[in-house]
Ligand binder design. Structure first.
Ligand code: CUA
Length: 164
């Protein structure tokens, strides 16, 4: 073997520098993660609401209920390839609590143009509390944004906000 040239020695040195940098980065990422989880107590959400897909009808009744003036509770079942109910009409909503579950596979629930966007899994109820902007009015598209089979592109609904 020929003795290592100056260029090879230089390259090897750079190699070690990069290995060192990677070790420092990984260690600091893990340390930050550990600090957040253990010292600061940051964890994933634990108040997960589960449901039994086989007894869905007993656990979630699709529909819209006004529980207080301007406060709505909207229960939705997503299934291939529709939302039940498919059209949600809300009059002067101030606060909306969506409770969404799936009867079959993974779906998405997105109200286009808003910050409402959740994944919907069978066996779980996704709860979203939403405060619609006061000037929000009219029709909004609701989309399934998780690929859920052949009819995925036809899975959409409508949110109508009526003011006055
Ligand atoms: Cu449901 Cu895509």
């Amino acid at each position: 073997m020929a003795p290592a040239s100056q260029a090879e020695k230089q390259a090897e040195k750079l190699e070690y520098i990069w290995i060192g940098l990677i070790i420092v980065m990984l260690t600091s990422f893990l340390a930050i993660l550990g600090y957040a989880a253990i010292a600061k107590g940051f964890t994933t959400p634990e108040d997960v609401v589960t449901c039994d897909v086989r007894k869905l009808d007993e656990q979630i009744t699709p529909g819209i209920r006004e529980v207080a003036p301007g406060v709505y509770e909207v229960n939705i079942t997503a299934r291939m390839w529709a939302f039940i109910p498919n059209e949600i009409v809300l009059e002067n909503p101030q606060k909306v609590i969506f409770r969404i579950t799936s009867a079959d596979v993974q779906h998405g629930f997105e109200i286009v143009g808003t910050n409402v966007n959740v994944m919907v899994f069978p066996g779980y109820i996704a709860e979203v509390t939403w405060y619609p902007p006061e000037d929000m009015e009219g029709e909004y598209l609701i989309l399934c944004n998780e690929y859920c089979g052949l009819g995925h592109q036809d899975m959409y609904g409508k949110l109508v906000i009526v003011r006055g």
